[in-house]
Design a protein around this ligand. Structure first.
Ligand SMILES: [Zn+2]
Length: 167
C-alpha cells in the first residue's frame, strides 16, 4: 500500500480490532516513519495504525510542539495498566476533519507497551498526553471518538458525519 493518506471515517479498517505486532524489524521502523510523515502532514498529535490502513496494534503520539520535553513516541502492543480521574476536553481526530467534540476521559493513564525495538516500557501520562494515548488506544479496538458521545448528540451530528463519511 503506497498511499499516504489518513483513512477517513467510513473506511472499514477503522472499525477493525487490531492484531499484535510480532515482528520488530526494519519494515516496522519504515512503517512507523510513514505514520509520522502522514501525521505531520496532517498537523496531528497522534495517529493509530488503522488510520494509515494497517491493522497492527501500534500508534504514535507527538506532543513535542506542545511540550518541548516530550519526544515523539511509538507505542506498540499497548496495554492500559490503570486509569484515574476524569476530565472533559475538546478533542479532534484526523479521520474526522473539522469535527471537534467534548469527550470525557480518564485524567491519568499508565500504559505498558513495546518500543520500536520491541523493548518493554511503561509510562504514566496526564493532561493532553493521557488523552492522546487513550484516544489512539481506542483506534486499535475499532473504537472512534464519536462512540464516546451520547446517542442523542450523535443524532444531532448525523448530517455532519454524513458529509465526512467516505464511501
Ligand atoms: Zn483518532
Amino acid at each position: 500500500m503506497a498511499d499516504n493518506h489518513v483513512r477517513k471515517y467510513g473506511y472499514p479498517v477503522l472499525r477493525k480490532k487490531c492484531r499484535p505486532v510480532t515482528v520488530f524489524d526494519e519494515k516496522l521502523k519504515k512503517f512507523a516513519e510513514k505514520m509520522f510523515s502522514i501525521m505531520w502532514a496532517a498537523n496531528g498529535i497522534g495517529l493509530a495504525a488503522p488510520q494509515a490502513g494497517d491493522t497492527r496494534r501500534m500508534f504514535i503520539v507527538d506532543l513535542s510542539k506542545q511540550d518541548f520535553d516530550m519526544k515523539p513516541m511509538v507505542f506498540i502492543n499497548p496495554e492500559i495498566e490503570s486509569t484515574e480521574g476524569n476530565t472533559v476536553f475538546e478533542e479532534g481526530c484526523l479521520s474526522f476533519p473539522g469535527l471537534y467534540l467534548e469527550i470525557e476521559r480518564p485524567a491519568v493513564v499508565v500504559v505498558n507497551y513495546q518500543d520500536i525495538d520491541g523493548n518493554y516500557q511503561s509510562v504514566e501520562a496526564t493532561g493532553l498526553a493521557a488523552r492522546a494515548i487513550l484516544h489512539e488506544y481506542d483506534h486499535l479496538e475499532g473504537v472512534l471518538f464519536i462512540d464516546h458521545i451520547s446517542a442523542i448528540d450523535r443524532d444531532l451530528l448525523a448530517g455532519r458525519l454524513k458529509k465526512i463519511k467516505v464511501g
